[in-house]
Design a protein around this ligand. Structure first.
Ligand SMILES: O=C(O)c1cc(=O)[nH]c(=O)n1[C@@H]1O[C@H](COP(=O)(O)O)[C@@H](O)[C@H]1O
Length: 229
């Protein structure tokens, strides 16, 4: 799918989620992100039911464990026919390579999370004690992911040009922290509008609350999609 707007399904219950999806006409080619909140409650049967309805699925589990555990988990997920899966790049080179090995029998794209978009320079320095500029930390982790077989990264849109420069134009940059001008920033720190993300070269944007909390979700989605296209 060419440059999708990926909708983050962060809902407390499946009924609310299905009601949300029913607002979209059948021919809306939706790309959905299932994250920890819904996966912990509804697990693989929920993933399978959405996949069976024809949706593209980004399974956002942000795996972060020893290489053997991550490889074995990815071997299982490889059977699920999801389009994208996340691990944390900070799990290190061996863990990223193990995740890729685990997914080898599938078409699932492996995306490595760099620095969460909810973390700014202050948190990086004062809490995580990482003595780098945020942009340098993100590009360092992106290069690590690239060198160890990941298909792309999750970063803010602001870092995309630097990531593409240090890796390759084809290395996927999927960017959350997207906020249209009128939206609340909330817990996100490194944000961009859909238009800015496009201008900076993002391959896909991830949008949650500006769509899921909107009074008219389909209208909000279309509005963001128009700005992004
Ligand atoms: O991996 C992610 O998808 C992710 C990484 C990151 O650095 N920041 C980030 O916000 N996300 C996810 O993207 C979505 C953003 O949601 P909103 O802030 O509501 O648009 C959430 O589901 C987050 O879990």
């Amino acid at each position: 799918m060419d440059k999708p707007v990926i909708v983050a399904l962060d809902f407390a219950d499946d009924f609310e989620c299905i009601q949300f999806l029913s607002q979209f006409p059948k021919d809306t080619n939706l790309f959905l992100k299932i994250g920890l909140e819904m996966f912990c409650q509804f697990g693989y049967p929920f993933v399978r039911s959405l996949r069976n309805r024809g949706y593209n699925i980004f399974l956002d589990l942000k795996l972060h464990d020893i290489p053997n555990t991550v490889r074995r988990t990815c071997e299982m997920i490889a059977k699920w026919d999801v389009q994208m899966l996340t691990v944390h790049a900070s799990g290190g080179s061996e863990m990223i390579a193990a995740a890729k090995e685990g997914l080898a029998s599938s078409d699932t794209k492996l995306l490595a999370v760099t620095q969460l978009t909810s973390l700014g320079q202050t948190e990086l320095k004062d809490e995580l004690q990482i003595p780098l500029q945020s942009q340098d930390y993100v590009t360092h982790l992106a290069k690590l992911a690239y060198d160890n077989g990941a298909d792309g990264v999750i970063s803010s849109a602001l870092e995309v040009p630097m990531i593409k420069e240090i890796t390759s134009e084809d290395f996927l940059c999927v960017t959350p922290g997207i906020r249209p001008k009128s939206a609340q920033v909330g817990d996100q720190k490194r944000v961009a509008t859909p238009a800015k993300a496009r201008e900076l070269g993002s391959d896909a944007i991830v949008v949650g609350r500006p769509i899921t909390q909107a009074s008219d979700a389909f209208f909000a989605y279309k509005d963001i999609y128009q700005e992004w296209k």
